[in-house]
Design a protein around this ligand. Structure first.
Ligand SMILES: [Zn+2]
Ligand SMILES: [Zn+2]
Length: 300
């Protein structure tokens, strides 16, 4: 039975020790996202938000929730941006799903491909470098997303990163000896040269996002990216879900650690010395930006 009404419960929320019915679960999720947005001032009046919509679970939930929370607002606009990396047998279906969702919600939708932007699909680029797939794809996708958002005149980029992703990143950066990188990446940038990125779902677990979609009849089974098997993230993910199961709240605690580091770094300038890429003119810290360095090394 639901802890808040007489309906049957669909889930037990371990961190609050409550049973929740479908209705109260949906309200709880949307409220937590609204709180995250408000306390971190992620979205303010006159914003034009580019939502990174892969068509997968997280970004689908993000667009549905943002649309519900801001449906009445004339002052905030959303544009969905989908990046086609060129991954055979994977991306086609998620793009269809993204297209369907934006039509249903009446949200402007832009699609950009690696091929159009860089002259190669991800499949073409990888060949013998499959173990680096996620980092190569990550660098290019970030650039593609920024290009798409600039073209759409966006003031911010919203991504569907969830609690699991965030907790994994804390550990991965700790294991690499680079916790400062977390803080550097997460906040908006005061130089005005970057479009700030926000993650409204960073307090919602992957499991809760799945349940939210099922309860909203928005769950579509989609293929998993064929390259994820090669990533370090997969190992960290397995380890963390074991911890979360045995010690509920572990992921929220990892996120708290990140916030404490952020607080103790507040006001200090952590950004790397900024120059401009000699090839493309984007702001970067060396002679060439990460994208140009990567494309150059791949062409060899
Ligand atoms: Zn209830
Ligand atoms: Zn460059």
């Amino acid at each position: 039975m639901c802890s808040l009404c007489d309906e049957p419960a669909v889930t037990y929320q371990r961190h609050t020790c409550r049973h929740l019915c479908g209705f109260h679960f949906i309200i709880d999720i949307e409220q937590r996202v609204a709180d995250t947005i408000r306390t971190r001032m992620m979205i303010v009046p006159q914003d034009r938000i580019a939502v990174a919509l892969s068509g997968g679970k997280d970004s689908t939930a993000l667009l549905i929730i943002l649309n519900r929370l801001f449906f009445q607002s004339d002052e905030i606009r959303f544009i969905a941006i989908t990046i086609d990396e060129g991954i055979t047998g994977y991306r086609e279906e998620t793009i269809r799903s993204a297209d369907h969702l934006t039509k249903q919600l009446g949200i402007e939708h832009h699609c950009l491909s690696f091929y159009d932007l860089f002259g190669y699909s991800l499949d073409d680029l990888l060949n013998e470098r499959k173990t680096q797939a996620c980092s190569i794809c990550g660098i290019l996708r970030k650039k593609a997303l920024v290009t798409g958002s600039q073209r759409a005149g966006a003031t911010k980029i919203a991504t569907g990163h969830n609690l699991d992703d965030e907790a994994q990143s804390v550990l991965m950066n700790a294991f690499r000896g680079d916790l400062l990188r977390l803080v550097r990446n997460s906040g908006s940038d005061s130089s005005g040269k970057f479009i700030p990125r926000v993650k409204p779902l960073s307090c919602i677990s992957e499991k809760d996002i799945a349940l939210y979609l099922i309860l909203n009849n928005a769950w579509t089974p989609l293929p998993e990216c064929p390259y994820t098997g090669y990533a370090l993230r997969r190992e960290v993910r397995a380890m963390l879900s074991g911890f979360e199961y045995r010690h509920p709240g572990t992921m929220l605690k990892a996120l708290e650690s990140k916030k404490k580091i952020e607080q103790s770094c507040a006001g200090r300038n952590l950004s790397l010395p900024l120059g401009f890429c000699k090839a493309c003119g984007d702001p970067c810290s060396g002679d060439l930006c990460q994208v140009c360095l990567l494309l150059q090394s791949l062409k060899r």
